[in-house]
Design a protein around this ligand. Sequence first.
Ligand code: ADP
Length: 632
Amino acid sequence: MSTKSENISWRRAVRVNIRAVRLLASKNKLMFPYAVVKALLNVAASYAGLVIMARLIGELAGERRVETLTMWALVSILTAAAFGIINGVMYHVYAVKSSLFWPNMQRIEDEKFMSMDYCDVEDQKVRDLYDQITQNRNWNNWGFPRIQWVFENIVSDFFSVIGAIALSVGLFIRKVPEGSPFACLNHPLVILGFLGLMALTAAIAPWLKVRLMEVNASWADAARLGNRLFSHFGYFRDDADSMVEYRMYPQAEIARHYSWKENTWHVGGICDRKYKGSFGLCLMGVSLGEKLLMSVIYLFVCLKAWAGAFGIGQVTQYVGAVSRLASGLTGLMQMANELRVNAGFVEKIFEFLDLPNNMYQGSLTTEKRRDRKYNVEFRNVSFRYPNSESWVLKNVSVSFEVGSKLAVVGENGSGKSTFIKLLCRLYDPQEGEILLNGVNIKKYRHEEYMAIFSVVFQDFCLLSHQLGQNVAGSCDVDETRAGKCLEEAGFGERLKELPDGLNTWLFKDFDEEGIQLSGGERQKIAIARALYKDAPFIILDEPTASLDPIAEADIYRRFDEIVGDRTAIYISHRLSSCRFCGEILVFEDGSVIQRGNHEELIGTEGKYRELWEAQAKYYERSKQYEEDKKYL
Ligand code: ADP
């Protein structure tokens, strides 16, 4: 990404920032108005203090009347106290609002991920784009967080400038008495010269700061790589599983190498070189510019006071007001440039948020049928993954009888999981169609269509939530139902042993007492979750791949007893797991090459029999084999 501000026109920058502020404001109600009120009150408090202080000092340097001094001292205390309370409340109100900024921002991205076409979720290009966005944010708050920060500063600087103008008018209209050697300070050209010099010195700092920002932004790619390497290799010790590998083989050195020595941030790395070079010089220039500016202000104000244009009290007010005017203007210029540099990063976010949904979004509702009489049919379906030339499914035609038990078997890579992904409409086929009760599934509302399926995927994922929440997939847990599903899934005994029952946390991430689970226990919970959803179609997509064939067959058989009247689909490359099914489809190279029940298939020459005989060898001496022998 090009991050040079020159490449982003002001017009483009303004447009993208307005769009971003609108979006953020819609997700963070009242946050921006509160920021305005907070800034206004802060600036008012600061200027009130300045004016009162000027009066006090003026009185001290002048007539020194006790009652006037007492009055100003009291006003000072009361004003400070009043603003202290109001600003304290406002600070709190704003802090509460803005504390939700990050979660709300992440919610925008979560919603996008949840709503985008599934093929995009899996697409590496989309992953890279999102990675870039998060790295930009984590590294230097580029993107949405910077907009919030810039907004706070812009409103504050704006009010600062307005207040400063109001309080510094006297500096220019109060004249040095005629006859004084400094009467020339009254001349409009001198005043213009002073303002010009002030504007010039005030512009140096933001100009240099923009250069700094651009240099900083130009490291985005290197920083991203550095952060990525560090976040991958720098925390290897946090993962107990990989620690075993690191101890077994001397791999820690590799991790250290990539997390540090090869890193952007390492001594001699890109950041180090820049900090020592142009970046450091710019920083020095910024500091010098600010000091120069203050010197010019002091010189002008003090000369006028010394020449008799106003008293010592006014010096405090004018120096304070003019320096705030300068810093306010500097701030405004800098913030405007920050928005311009940041616009490139915000555009990246919108590139992600604007990714189109190319899948057809239907609007039909799926009838909620009590009798669960849903009929699903694959009609001449062929499919290949996006960006791939090879067909993964070829001309598949299958129809599911309601309440039937269908097995899909075949060797790894034959297309079984893809078949399920199409059934759940995670992808659309390029050829043929899938019908629900005779209507193409594209025409249904996607979320309603998805609601009729419960799938236990091959690489299912349990979350570090409470057990009951995992089963219910929600914070609202129907405890009786969750307990029953766990019982049915074979987790009942373990559940009884848990002192916190359904409230037990899974894993140790959030609770020291959280439980670690064996592979088998995880599967049982995943199955209980599928049962809890109580969808008319229930699918097991080899969630048992890490188990031995006998344990897998056991789970499948038990599962078959509890699915009741649901339509069940079992996927496995192990034929013994599915032989109880009424119909078995044999997949090879993306095509259904055989179908029938176990007896029919075993009695026929073909792939099924070939696989069955090959696999039977692995558990010949087992009890399972004794039972299976009957079929051989
Ligand atoms: P099975 O479930 O029978 O093991 P899959 O349906 O997972 O087979 O995979 C079938 C083929 O599709 C394999 O060649 C696999 O490499 C390919 N494949 C699976 N997922 C993707 C994907 N997301 N992108 C591209 N190819 C994929």
